[in-house]
Design a protein around this ligand. Sequence first.
Ligand code: FMN
Ligand code: ATP
Ligand code: MG
Length: 535
Amino acid sequence: MEIDRAIMESSDQRLRTKYKNATYVIERAFALYQISETNLTSSSVPTFSIQSINRGKFELVAFSFNGGKDSTVLLHLLRAGYYLHKEKSDQSCKNLLDGTLKCPIRTIYFESPSAFPEINSFTYETATTYELQLDIICLDFKSGLEALINEKPTKAIFLGTRIGDPNAVGQEQFSPSSPGWPPFMRVNPILDWSYRDVWAFLLTCKVQYCSLYDKGYTSIGSIYDTVPNSLLCSGHSPDSNENFKPAYLLADGRLERAGRAKKITSKCESASELSNGLNNVDPHLASSLTASIIGVGDEILFGTIGDKITAALCKKLHSIGWMVVHVAVVRNDIDCVAEEIERRKSTDDMVLLFGGVGPLHSDVSVAGVAKAFGVRVAPDEEFEEHLRHLIGNHCIGDRNEMALLPEGITELLHHERLCVPMIKCQNVIVLSATNVSELELQWDCLIDLPNTPFVTMAPYISKHLSTIFSDVEAAESISNLRFEFPDIHINCHRKSRVGPLIISFIGKDQTRVESAATKLSKKFCPGSFSEVNSE
Ligand SMILES: Cc1cc2nc3c(=O)[nH]c(=O)nc-3n(C[C@H](O)[C@H](O)[C@H](O)COP(=O)(O)O)c2cc1C
Ligand SMILES: Nc1ncnc2c1ncn2[C@@H]1O[C@H](COP(=O)(O)OP(=O)(O)OP(=O)(O)O)[C@@H](O)[C@H]1O
Ligand SMILES: [Mg+2]
């Protein structure tokens, strides 16, 4: 089989490993889901939305093909995987080695009026060449998949999703469809392939790909949001059109989507502008900057450990005049992290995230940040270099997954006292501290940076009084005081149900804080209140 032979004869060891892993996933998926090859029954007549071409076999797996480079790679891997799968079960398959192996897999293409004509024609020609059983679906993805699954049982769908794609966040090689989507298994055999791997495969196998890639397109969406990648522009031709080099010459695969329009919402943009411009804010005007803190950790939610970092961070933020308005602890789950960040990044000036940073399966914070901003994670070579100095070459696989950072929005915050820079994505800062002393170091560095994201304002000053009066006895006087001192935060907490009661006065003006405390003391007989330190 020509694909298998081309890869096995290639000297590219990395490509061979990628190929073996991908075809292994494909073979397992065939074994899991392709139960039999039964003829279609009359009940499987296509609905108005699905036009069927050349359908012959009935399987529980389908291939989502759109003529793009990633799905073209997948097509040939599926052909190779089918051959390897057949080879094991049927020795007569050996004679397929030299012919063009057809893979009779059900193939779905979501056709759209905004697709490039070159993509459409390449898709149809390829389907004919390889005798794919093509279903053309003219609905949106979700409704189309619903219609498809209603019409024919479909347990699994192969996709050419790769780890850097915006939609890949949180996915694995086998990922169930998302909540709210019809139920099927998404099978992503090339999830861990890089841009370079994709081109190494297509060129090594000498297979055809869509002509747009030779005209400087590096990732293809719709005609409305896709242009050639300007990084491949090689000047102007005599007829004043720009000339572009082919996609495989793009040196930095992280910039694969540079020709695609960004999907970041205006909310994010304004948050970004704010966070980038904070250093210019007048400290007096900026007296109401707010922060929220998000801890990521099942260990906190299970009560395995107590969270001391949040309390320490609140104190640090108050010491530079910032108000902490929201604290949350969420599970080590990408969607939980993303949802929380999504909410906070648009309401607060800065979001601080800790926990869930590292190489473990539970370390999902950075992926959660990417998902919240709707961007993909992509290998960051600079960050990888720092990690290599720290941990040597002990990373898992070909790449250090810790070096996958949200693309296009990540700023690395360097400080000479830190072995690895901190990660800032617009107004979200990811702290890798795992205890209070590490947090203190990172905080000191953050504040010390010439381009610190934190403007230092008048600090919050606090005074804490303890009283032997019960909450019932003190309640009315404290409540009245709030109207007289609206600029002072008056918080109460009890050491126990029977006392003592601690009243805290917190504000930016020392005199006002003192006056509020004195006023309350005077409402009761002398000696009823004593000053205490905060915890
Ligand atoms: C076969 C197939 C299955 C999909 N399954 C899901 C899914 O389970 N969850 C989801 O959020 N999106 C799903 N999508 C949508 C994709 O994640 C993504 O939105 C789509 O590839 C379009 O990308 P674009 O928005 O960048 O154009 C699916 C798409 C296809 C073609
Ligand atoms: N219109 C579509 N019809 C069928 N499958 C699709 C469609 N759009 C996306 N897919 C599936 O989603 C995968 C990821 O899409 P994506 O656009 O990232 O990759 P691609 O189109 O193969 O390559 P490129 O990144 O160069 O555009 C595809 O490989 C394909 O499996
Ligand atoms: Mg595409």
